[in-house]
Every structure is written in C-alpha cells, then in structure tokens.
Design a protein around this ligand. Structure first.
Ligand code: 5MM
Length: 342
C-alpha cells in the first residue's frame, strides 16, 4: 500500500458509516474547568480515570470510530496497565492526537487568535506515530463580531493548518483540519455563512498550495449557525440546508469526510443537525461527527467523581454515541433521544 493509500484508508475508517469521533483532547486547562464544574478536583489521575471510563464503555466502538487524545493521555495507561493507543486499537477505534499547542493572541489583531504548535512538530509526529497515533488534530479559532474576523487572521490560521496537515501526511498521519468559526456572539446565520465561506476558501487554497493530499485528510468544521445570543435562531432544516449548500460550493469532493464539531450546541441539537444533514444527503463526502462537549457533558455530569455512578456515566456516553451514530443515517428521533430514560 502506498503512503497515500494508507492515509486514505485511515481517513475512511475515521468516517465509517454509523460511527464518528470522540474528541477527548481537552488541554489540562480546559479539562480542569470541565472537572471542577462537576465538583471533581483535576489531577493527572482524575483526568486519566474519566477518559478511561469513556473509552472502556461497553459497545462504544459500535458508534465511535476514533478518539482524539491529549499529549498527557497518550502517555498514560489504563488501570490494568495498557497504553491508551493499545486500548483503542484493540477495540477497532483509531487513536488520534491533538498536536496544536493552543490558540494564542494574534499580534496586531485585537480579539483574534492564531493557533501555535509548528515548532518541532515533525519530531513530535514521529513520536506519536511510534506510540500508535494514526491521525492528528489542529484547531484554528475564528471569532465573529461586527468587524471580525480580519482577512489577516483567516489567512495566518489557514496557512498554519496547511503546514500542519502537510507535516502529518509526511509522517503517515491523517490530519483533521479544524477551522472553527465560533458560535459565541449575536451574529446572524447570514453572517456565520459569510465568515464560514471565507474561512473554508482560504483553508482549501492553503491546503492545495502546500500540496496536501485531500484524499488523506478529514475536515472538522462548524455548522452554519446563528450566534448563541442572536435574537433569531435558524430551524434545524435551515441549518442543515445552509450548511450543505455552502459546503458543496467550497469543499472538494476528494475530501473523504466532514466530521463536524459541536461547538457548544446542546447534545440534542448537535444530533438533530447532523441527522438532518444526512437525511438531505446528496453530497460527495461522509457527514460525520467529532464531538467533544456534545458527547462528554452528560456522562461527566452523571459521573461527578462518584465511583458508584460509573455505570450511569457509561450508559449516558453509550446513549450519546448511539444517537449520533443513528444521526449518521438521518435516523435520530425524539423517541431515540428519550429511550435511555425508558
Ligand atoms: C475537546 O475539546 C477540544 C478543546 O481543546 P482545548 O482545550 O485545547 O481548547 C476542542 O478542540 C474540540 O476538539 C473541538 O472544538 C470540538 O469540540 P466541541 O466541544 O466543539 O464538539
């Protein structure tokens, strides 16, 4: 198998029908916020414990194709002494790794950020490949307000995403390219559409300029949504239609799959939007998920650090994974959502 064929095969496994990706790659700062919100002290061990709880959920592999790990986690082991990558691979879930080092203030552009992490990336990727990682993730963050984002911010982030993606492919690792246009704010769905279009255009131009093989990558974008505090929210159908219409214009058919981020949507809306898009279909790519909060918030709350609640937490995680797995076929329903309670 050539290098590109291997990348393509991994990319297809990541977006296999009925399955999607668990983003469990919170940096320690973010994970600390999440744990403290449910009254759990954030330590190396509590972070490890919660992540092991998720990935060892019985049947998780039915709907979870891959898991994005954080640098701390990929070096950790399960309670019975197996490294996380081994744990995942044995159960048919592809191990992945977040390789950016975070979004930092962009010089000369107030309120905007650029994602860092390119220095030493070639060597880090080699090490992660040795550990068993077969895909990576890099997230760029684009903020919207009346004037933002600047073309400068979009362009530097697109350039960095492409540099990262090219290095990943050189190392035999599939890059998840994540340009996230944030939901925060009062902007309209029209404005979100305009900014998402400009961002994706710049990202694909940079990917092509930097010779990234589109067959060997996965796009992880936001859906086209009104700002969280916008006076008017689009309906589920409108979000699905507008997102697909926009993506048809700008995402080349050679990309094997689009794995959406949830971006702060409720669990239910993240599933409903994905389901509505898959029901519309008629697109050249797999439409999947790579959710962080929309897969983890409910199990985290159910667990809240209580050992006795671990089975409930795993049930909650299995339920969210199943709801999103069904959404991959356009089959997520209110009845399915309520079925856990029954
Ligand atoms: C899992 O959350 C990731 C957070 O990373 P940081 O701690 O470095 O901010 C994040 O990149 C995530 O993978 C994506 O945003 C998708 O997660 P959501 O919660 O938006 O589905």
């Amino acid at each position: 198998m050539s290098g590109l064929e291997a990348l393509h095969a991994t990319a297809l496994a990541m977006v296999a029908p009925g399955r999607g990706i668990l983003a469990a790659d919170e940096s320690n700062a973010t994970m600390t916020k999440r744990l403290e919100a449910v009254g759990v002290e954030s330590t190396e061990e509590t972070r490890r414990h919660f992540r092991e709880l998720l990935v060892s959920t019985p049947g998780a592999e039915e709907h979870i194709s891959g898991v994005i790990l954080y640098d701390e986690t990929i070096r950790q082991q399960s309670a019975d002494g197996r490294p996380f990558c081994e744990l995942l691979s044995e159960r048919g879930m592809v191990p992945g790794i977040k390789v950016d080092t975070g979004a930092k203030p962009l010089a000369g552009a107030e309120g905007e950020k650029v994602t860092e992490g390119l220095d030493g990336l070639r060597e880090r990727l080699e090490e992660y490949y040795e550990m068993g990682a077969r895909f990576a993730k890099w997230r760029a963050v684009i903020a919207i307000d009346d004037v933002l984002p600047s073309t400068y911010c979009i362009d530097v982030n697109a350039h960095a995403l492409a540099r990262y993606a090219a290095l990943c492919q050189e190392a035999g690792i599939v890059p998840i390219v994540e340009p996230e246009v944030l939901m925060d704010g009062t902007h309209s769905i029209d404005r979100a559409e305009e900014v998402t279009l400009a961002t994706l255009r710049a990202v694909f131009a940079a990917l092509l300029d930097q010779r990234v093989a589109l067959e060997g990558m996965i796009l992880k974008p936001n859906m086209v949504l009104s700002g969280t505090d916008a006076p008017q929210q689009g309906s589920i159908e409108e979000v699905a239609e507008r997102t697909l219409t926009l993506f048809r214009q700008v995402v080349p058919a050679a990309v094997p799959g689009i794995a959406f981020l949830s971006g702060g949507q409720s669990d239910e809306l993240a599933s409903a939007h994905l389901s509505a898009m898959n029901a519309l279909g008629n697109v050249p790519w797999e439409l999947s998920f790579s959710y962080g909060r929309a897969l983890q918030a409910t199990p985290l709350e159910a667990w809240s650090g209580d050992e006795a609640k671990e089975p409930d937490a795993q049930k909650a995680f299995a339920h969210r994974a199943r709801c999103n797995g069904e959404a991959r076929y356009g089959r997520y329903t209110e009845e399915l959502e309520q079925s856990l309670a029954a």
